[in-house]
Design a protein around this ligand. Structure first.
Ligand SMILES: NC(=O)c1ccc[n+]([C@@H]2O[C@H](COP(=O)([O-])OP(=O)(O)OC[C@H]3O[C@@H](n4cnc5c(N)ncnc54)[C@H](O)[C@@H]3O)[C@@H](O)[C@H]2O)c1
Ligand SMILES: [Zn+2]
Length: 394
């Protein structure tokens, strides 16, 4: 990449302007049995480069032996360092990223050697930040093993860690060089984590994809119960549609410089409060589901969705075993938390709310008040459950 320089003048005098454009390319592979010793995909993505492969203790327990066997079989001539990273949402902090960077340093990783994250969003976020920092930016590769990882955290351009009690406060836009998607990992994922992943798919479907919403309504509960094995066609269709939909949304504004109104922020305005206030007893996906329910209730209140559409959204959330409210909510604290979202979104709230299923609009802070939030939360807490919702949730 070459920069162009020019001389400008202003009332302060002469200035030099340097303009540059950074080309990035991210490849997302749909694959099966990626750890099969006869499957060259991962090795081909890494080429002959040395690599640091990072995974959590759970991944080590379920897949550690297969991971080590795979790299020994497929990359006998390249150096592969393994690191088991015991971090959770509570400890997804900058020192976690620094510990990965430190390991890259001791392993002698060069500027072109990738850090490979095999795991969920916590692992890929930490490795993404580490890769952005190490040698001012080294490549990274994601092999997501959770539903959130497959449809969201693993495929996006940004990575972040929590800091000073603030969710995703420090981070970078540092897209992975390769993402390798294999739904087979979901077979060992706890049901609670799969449910949380559904929150991200429901998010996308509700504001941008009516067809995906219909597939979810018909098949999400079965996919949850069977850990994405049944019905097979619907399970892979849900992932496929969610990944493509997410990428389409992100591609419009990959580095979030164009504007701060993003459909995929649906479910992510109130959720940081719920995650932090619950001291992470609510998972990311569970907090997103509660945010979706509240945002949909607000949309119904201002007449953007009908009662029937609201019911369809809330029933779908319940059908995958997710809650609509968090009993510990303080309306005052929730209201106060919006201030930091406004700062983050450059001056206004841009609350994404559905306007019919598959479409959305943005509401600004002036449309809300603590009283509005309180009455919406009350309605959700005392909502009569529909026959349909109860049947599916059961
Ligand atoms: N950067 C982004 O764009 C982005 C987007 C969405 C979410 N996120 C972040 O992702 C995180 C949530 O990610 P998550 O839901 O993947 O949770 P997670 O990464 O915490 O993983 C959940 C647990 O499941 C274990 N696990 C992972 N895969 C497994 C498997 N196949 N079998 C058994 N156990 C397995 C993990 O070790 C962990 O203990 C949050 O920190 C959130 O902020 C980031
Ligand atoms: Zn999310």
């Amino acid at each position: 990449m070459a920069g162009t320089t020019s001389v400008t003048t202003s009332r302060h005098g002469l200035a030099l302007r340097v303009e540059s454009r950074l080309e990035r390319c991210q490849e997302i592979h749909f694959a099966r049995d990626v750890l099969g010793t006869d499957n060259p995909l991962v090795a081909e993505c890494l080429g002959g480069r040395d690599a640091l492969v990072v995974f959590s203790p759970s991944i080590d327990r379920f897949y550690g032996r297969r991971i080590r066997t795979y790299f020994a079989a497929q990359r006998p001539d390249a150096s592969t360092e393994f690191m088991v990273l015991a971090r959770t949402e509570e400890s997804k902090t900058i020192d976690a990223a620094l510990s990965v960077a430190e390991r890259a340093c001791t392993a002698g990783l060069s500027r072109t050697s990738p850090i490979v994250a095999i795991g969920g969003g916590v692992c890929s976020d930490i490795c993404g930040v580490a890769a952005a920092l190490y040698r001012r930016g080294t490549p990274h590769v994601n092999i997501p093993t959770t539903l959130i990882g497959l449809v969201d955290a693993g495929i996006g351009t940004k990575n972040a860690v929590n800091h000073a009690g603030r969710k995703s406060c420090l981070g970078s836009f540092h897209p992975p060089e390769h993402v390798i998607l294999d739904g087979g990992f979901l077979a060992t994922l706890p049901r609670r984590s799969i449910a949380g992943g559904f929150a991200e798919i429901i998010k996308l479907a509700t504001v941008s994809d009516r067809a995906l919403f219909d597939v979810l309504t018909d098949h999400a509960a079965t996919a949850l119960r069977s850990k994405f094995r049944e019905p097979e066609w619907a399970a892979s269709k849900m992932i496929d549609m969610a990944v493509r939909g997410m990428i389409d949304q992100l591609a419009e504004n990959l580095f979030e410089i164009r504007d701060y109104r993003r459909k995929v922020d649906f479910g992510h305005t109130f959720s940081p409060y719920f995650e932090t206030a619950s001291h992470h007893t609510l998972s990311h996906g569970e907090a997103v589901a509660i945010d979706i329910a509240l945002s949909a209730e607000i949309a119904a209140r201002v007449g953007l969705v009908t009662g029937h559409e609201l019911e369809a959204i809330l029933s779908l959330i319940e059908a995958v075993g997710l809650a609509l409210v968090w009993p510990g909510t303080s309306v005052c604290d929730l209201w106060r938390s919006l201030q930091s979202i406004v700062e983050h979104r450059n001056g206004d709230l841009h609350l994404v709310v559905p306007s019919s299923i598959g479409n959305c609009e943005y509401l600004e802070l002036g449309a809300l008040s603590p009283q509005v939030l309180d009455s919406c939360l009350e309605r959700l807490a005392h909502r009569p459950r529909s026959h349909c919702g109860r049947r599916r949730a059961g």
